[in-house]
Design a binder for this molecule. Structure first.
Ligand SMILES: CC(C)(COP(=O)(O)OP(=O)(O)OC[C@H]1O[C@@H](n2cnc3c(N)ncnc32)[C@H](O)[C@@H]1OP(=O)(O)O)[C@@H](O)C(=O)NCCC(=O)NCCS
Length: 334
């Protein structure tokens, strides 16, 4: 079944950036209503009386969906009838419709974005703040994702992709990192070695930079070392995959009967700082065998952001190894 993702929301909320990135991630046809309408206006068509831009967009979407290609639509879709039109288009192509409403709850920030943005389509006249606030907007009563776009583009895109992937009924609340981890974290095997190697190299450059050296184990391991780690019966590894992409991972082993060791906790660089690291660490803490009384881990001596992160997560620095350039953190389990 082809997928039709329709974005809506007031001008200036950042729909275009998010929907374009979602289309790229899905390999979908990106259908931007502004592009259609500006082209028509430049061809001499007056759209004030007839919203034919939507009709053209629907016709293009139908061709794409019937060919089995996913489509992502970027349009204001302010009135109920506009959204009902997409429902009809989806139904006529036997496609699944998912609606995303982009919002910016902070009105001052929204106004700032409306007043400072620059048109990226030639001859596109952008609406002013009074025009944005005066236009008619029907309440969204249809099932949809309400996307608060106050944070970064990466967070917005990850939220939409996670929601699209969920098979549950559409909800107005985006999934939290904890929910995403609970839903998607799965054991990694040697078949995942290539992806683990790639994530490892991408994620640990950050620690390498902070420590001023690339000579740290995660950056020095070869693909064969990674394979060996995944084959090691004493180490269990988990990964979080969203839309086919490995975005977070972690590994757990036992140092002795009561002490667990967490290693290779990493998040892809574009999603660092979005809560996935904390959720992944909490996940692995819950995987320790019964009888475990302490968790330990090691990080770079100069990796200050990791120190801050682990302290934030309840770990305490217990020793330093200046020769190895590492520090050991530990947390008692109660
Ligand atoms: C370490 C790592 C896994 C942390 O994951 P993350 O997704 O960036 O962290 P989160 O977004 O989950 O942050 C969790 C909390 O720690 C805080 N935190 C994280 N890094 C911080 C920093 N440098 N300074 C202050 N607070 C920080 C966050 O504010 C957040 O707090 P909150 O839950 O109260 O909002 C991630 O940065 C990473 O993959 N780094 C590269 C690989 C690496 O070095 N791994 C560790 C090897 S030991």
């Amino acid at each position: 079944m082809a997928l039709l993702v329709v974005f809506g929301g007031l001008p200036g909320t950042g729909k275009t950036s998010v929907s374009r990135a979602v289309a790229d991630a899905l390999g979908a046809t990106f259908l931007r209503l502004d592009s259609v309408e500006v082209a028509m206006q430049r061809g001499g068509i007056d759209l004030r009386d007839a919203p034919v831009g939507y009709a053209v967009a629907h016709a293009i979407a139908v061709d794409q969906l019937r060919a089995g290609r996913p489509v992502v639509v970027d349009a204001v879709n302010p009135v109920a009838i506009a959204r009902a039109g997409w429902q009809q288009t989806a139904a006529s192509c036997d496609a699944e419709l998912r609606l995303v409403r982009v919002v910016l709850p902070d009105e001052a920030e929204h106004r700032r974005r409306v007043e400072t943005r620059v048109a990226d389509i030639e001859a596109h006249v952008l609406p002013t703040w009074p025009e944005v606030t005066a236009a008619r907007h029907d309440p969204w009563v249809e099932p949809h994702l309400e996307l608060d776009n106050s944070s970064s583009l990466a967070v917005a895109v990850a939220t939409v992709l996670a929601w699209l992937e969920s098979t549950s009924e559409p909800t107005s609340a985006p999934a939290s990192p904890t929910e995403r981890v609970a839903r998607g974290m799965a054991r990694l095997s040697v078949a995942d070695a290539g992806e683990v190697f790639t994530l490892q190299l991408a994620a640990w450059v950050r620690e390498g930079r902070e420590c001023g050296t690339l000579e740290i184990p995660p950056l020095q391991e070869s693909i064969d070392d990674v394979r060996a780690g995944l084959l090691d019966a004493g180490k269990r590894a988990w990964g979080l995959r969203e839309n086919g992409r490995l975005i977070a991972m972690v590994r757990l082993s036992m140092l002795d009967a009561t002490t667990a060791f967490v290693g290779r906790l990493g998040v892809v660089p574009d999603l660092i700082g979005t809560g996935l690291g904390a959720a992944t660490l909490r996940f692995v803490e819950a995987q320790v065998p019964p009888g475990t009384t302490r968790i330990e881990l090691v990080t770079g001596l100069g990796s200050v952001s990791n120190h801050v992160f682990y302290e934030h997560m309840g770990y305490e620095l217990v020793s330093r190894d200046s020769d190895a350039g590492t520090v050991r953190f530990a947390k008692p389990l109660t």
